[in-house]
Write a new protein. Sequence first.
Length: 131
Amino acid sequence: MARVVSENQGKRLGLAGRASFEIVSGAMGARNASVRTVEIPVARPGEELRGPHVHHGFEECIYVLAGEGRILTSTGAHPLRAGDTVLVPAEEPHVTRNTGSSPLKLVCFFPTPDVAGSTEDLRPPFPPGFE
């Protein structure tokens, strides 16, 4: 049965430096997909930012709704702006940063019902190219 899910019905995720809501996942009945909305504010001096992470066994597709930023990956830094889409392969370390003067708003799609179960936050020392 089709369902409409509002962002405020999603599960708030406690990820550093961002507001993230999981609005579709296995917990709500999805068998092969998860969707998250993410808002990354303009960074403040001294603020804790999320470090790089990797998804084991599945890719991530990120669509930029608004703002400007960059995604840091093992292949380099890639600028982002509204309308861009990024495909991050499975096993590739990555992290997204806001580089603009307004919030960076994203929609993230995953072909798995359980993102957290196969996502690893990397610990320092980070791979070359990561802040």
